[in-house]
Design a protein around this ligand. Structure first.
Ligand code: 13P
Length: 340
């Protein structure tokens, strides 16, 4: 069994001061991101963009691992080095998005389930041979009129557990991502209840499927009011509600919880992570696995132009550094001012 190997990979993804870069946007998602900078979503533009991020000088001081999309796992940098090798050379662990996306759940309007289990065992072996050491599977819970339902949450928790067990069989650490979406006008209390229900089912299924918790990570959403909720709340309230919810549901055997940003601004994402770590000792590492919150400012500077790459890398480095400080609860507004 690869028990020890799984545990050490999981721990290596959440060391002090480091977190994960999520760069695993599907073709559809990256197309949307490139539209905002008026850039064609060609395979080469995606490659050049990701190479710009991965080769940011010194970024490995703050980034432990990178989640890749399958296309990127197979691509090479300009000098011919395969991306997984390029990352490993500087000590960043390559990972892979293992799910194939969301579909509507039949019979449950407004709810979605994640696909990708068919043929997953073979794909995971191939990903591992290509250098991936961990996987990610994203399920979503939507809050709305009469949802989430028990059946919707069960379907997603079951798929997450089957994915996690297959990952461990293949020697990959599963990042289990049950995201509670921010869209909607729900209150923070509704988000907390939905997150608690979602996570309880996820951990019950992981147990049933004999998943080794020490060799997993949780990718969680923060407990927040919906983006259209009139009652927005302060940083401390988000931090307290999120930590309370996680303490109730996530076993201490899980080495780390890495947050997604989910549509929060880059600064908010950093502030919230910082406030949670400032609350003191927790049973698990509290870290980040941001996509938009790490990439958006850099991409907006880059705009697809080679001459902007050094400045874009500086902006990316700055965000990663701020989030690294937030891992210790040492982030402050002054850090933003210094970089400006
Ligand atoms: P965001 O931080 O942009 O939410 O992305 C994280 C992610 O990987 C979602 O699956």
């Amino acid at each position: 069994m690869h028990k020890q190997a799984l545990e050490s990979i999981a721990r290596a993804l959440v060391p002090e001061g480091k977190g994960i870069l999520a760069a695993d946007e599907s073709d559809r998602t990256i197309k949307r991101r490139f539209e905002s900078i008026h850039l064609e979503p060609t395979e080469d533009n995606r490659r050049v963009y990701r190479e710009m991020l991965f080769t940011t000088p010194g970024i490995e001081a703050f980034i432990s691992g990178v989640i890749l999309y399958e296309e990127t796992l197979l691509q090479t940098a300009g000098d011919g080095t395969p991306f997984p090798e390029l990352l490993s050379q500087v000590g960043m662990i390559p990972g892979i998005k293992a799910d194939t996306g969301l579909v509507d759940l039949a019979g449950f309007p407004g709810e979605q389930v994640t696909e990708g289990l068919d043929g997953l065992r073979g794909r995971l072996i191939r990903y591992r041979d290509l250098g991936a050491r961990f996987g990610k599977w994203r399920a979503v819970t939507t809050i709305g009129e009469g949802i989430p339902t028990r059946a919707g949450m069960d379907a997603n928790a079951h798929a997450l557990a089957r994915y996690a067990a297959l990952c461990q069989e293949a020697g990959l650490v599963p990042i289990v991502e049950p995201e509670v979406l921010m869209e909607g006008d729900h209150t923070i209390a509704q988000c907390e209840a939905a997150t608690e229900a979602t996570l309880s089912r996820v951990y019950s299924e992981l147990f049933e499927h004999r998943v080794l918790l020490e060799g997993t990570l949780l990718k969680a959403s923060m407990v927040l009011p919906g983006a259209r909720c009139p009652q927005q709340v302060g940083v401390d309230e988000v931090a307290e509600a999120t930590v309370r919810c996680l303490r109730r549901t996530v076993p201490a055997a899980v080495p780390g919880i890495v947050f997604l940003s989910g549509g929060q601004s880059p600064e908010q994402s950093t502030e919230h992570l910082n406030a949670m770590n400032a609350l003191g000792d927790h049973p698990w590492e509290l870290s980040f696995s941001y996509g938009r919150a790490l990439q958006d400012p850099a991409r907006n500077v880059w705009k697809g132009k080679a001459e902007n790459a050094p400045e874009a890398q500086r902006v990316f480095y700055h965000r990663a550094r701020c989030n690294s400080a937030a891992r210790y609860g040492r982030y402050s507004q002054e850090m933003e001012a210094v970089a400006a």
